[in-house]
Design a binder for this molecule. Structure first.
Ligand code: HEM
Length: 330
């Protein structure tokens, strides 16, 4: 050590270093950090969790809705709550988002957080945290996710279709769309596992089979199991109201588990885009491995979910912290 150098007692030096690292970590622009709200709103994550938990107990369809909400938010303009903005021509008004739900849960957490820590917690973070909690509440893995997302100020309906996926997509189209978001082929297989919970309207898969005048089934999509298609046809007769829904996972629809992949192996993927994961040589082996090993699915889910919820995030002084999730600040 040089002569005259000041010597800090070890514990003080370590504490100073910790404080500096902490302040630095919490102010890094362009990246998310764990416990971003530790100082500014310590109960933020708890409030979101309690809101998701209580709304899910009174309405079991909430976890599925929240999980789809984060996907549709993050794929368009990044994870910035652009999907929540109301208006004539915003993302929410696009038909591809017509059946996306869970907005009221986000708004209700936001109201409590605005009361406790005004202007601090972004709607974008609430969406990501709520989806994370929704998965755990129905039996999925507990994941720590970083926060610090800021809310976007742009939401345009015409941006939705070029960014979201459709069930009619070929595997190449799905791979390309995921890759344009920085997500891999493996992420596609893992994140599709979200279809282990939730429900779908008949119109999302009804074109995979036909019903003749005597109510007899004709399979259009031969990758669909005959008996399963027959059950679907009964749940979704031609006379069914457009509001009828069917569970995505016919076996354990209320549980986040690896049953989705086991369903794929028996040709019981609800959407054409689900079945494609088994038919395609590039993804079949992943499906088999995931069907055999729930731990592998849970670990991989954590990593892919982290990537999904980091897409195009706004941090630092980008965007804003909305006071209400439905509109940008005046
Ligand atoms: C890979 C391409 C994907 C396609 C083509 C697709 C398509 C769909 C469709 C058509 C529905 C039914 C909508 C309805 O009829 O109401 C649905 C539901 C759902 N999707 Fe996907 N999805 C995909 C990926 C994902 C991803 C990556 C996630 C989340 C990580 C996700 C989560 C969900 C959930 C949880 C539901 C149930 C929603 C509810 O219960 O309200 N999907 N998806």
């Amino acid at each position: 050590m040089e002569k005259g150098a000041m010597v800090f007692p070890f514990p003080i030096a370590v504490s100073c270093l910790f404080i500096i690292v902490h302040i630095f970590a919490n102010s890094v622009s362009g990246s998310l950090v764990f416990n971003f709200y530790a100082a500014s709103c310590p109960t933020a994550e708890l409030i979101v969790r309690n809101t998701v938990s209580s709304s899910s107990s009174s309405d079991p369809s909430i976890p599925g809705k929240l999980l789809r909400l984060v996907f549709h938010d993050c794929f368009v303009e990044g994870c910035d709550a652009s999907l929540m903005l109301l208006g004539n021509n915003t993302e929410k008004s696009d038909p591809a988002n017509r059946s996306v739900g869970g907005f009221s849960v986000i708004e209700s957490a936001k109201r409590v957080l605005e009361f406790l820590c005004p202007g601090t917690v972004s709607c974008a973070d609430i969406i990501a945290l709520a989806a994370r909690d929704a998965v755990e509440i129905v039996g999925g893995p507990m994941i720590e996710i970083p926060t610090g997302r800021r809310d976007g100020m742009v939401s345009v309906a015409s941006n939705v279709r070029p960014n979201i996926l459709d069930t009619s997509f070929t595997m190449d189209e799905m791979i390309n769309r995921f890759s344009s978001k920085g997500l891999s082929l493996f992420d596609l297989v893992i994140l599709s596992g979200a279809h282990t919970i939730g429900a779908a309207h008949c119109s999302s898969f009804r074109d995979r089979f036909q019903e003749d005048s005597k109510g007899k089934l004709t399979l259009i999509d031969k990758t669909l199991d005959n008996t399963y298609a027959d059950e679907l046809m009964k749940e979704c007769p031609l006379s069914a109201s457009p509001s009828v829904t069917v569970n995505n996972d016919p076996e354990t629809s209320m549980v986040f588990d690896n049953q989705y992949y086991r369903n794929l192996l028996t040709n019981k993927g609800l959407f054409q885009s689900d079945s494609a994961l088994l038919s395609d040589n590039r993804t079949r082996k992943f499906v088999e491995d995931l069907a055999n090993d729930q731990e592998f699915f849970f670990e991989s889910w954590g990593q892919s979910f982290l990537k999904l919820t980091s897409i195009g995030v706004k941090t630092g002084d980008e965007g804003e912290i909305r006071s209400s999730c439905a509109s940008i600040n005046a």
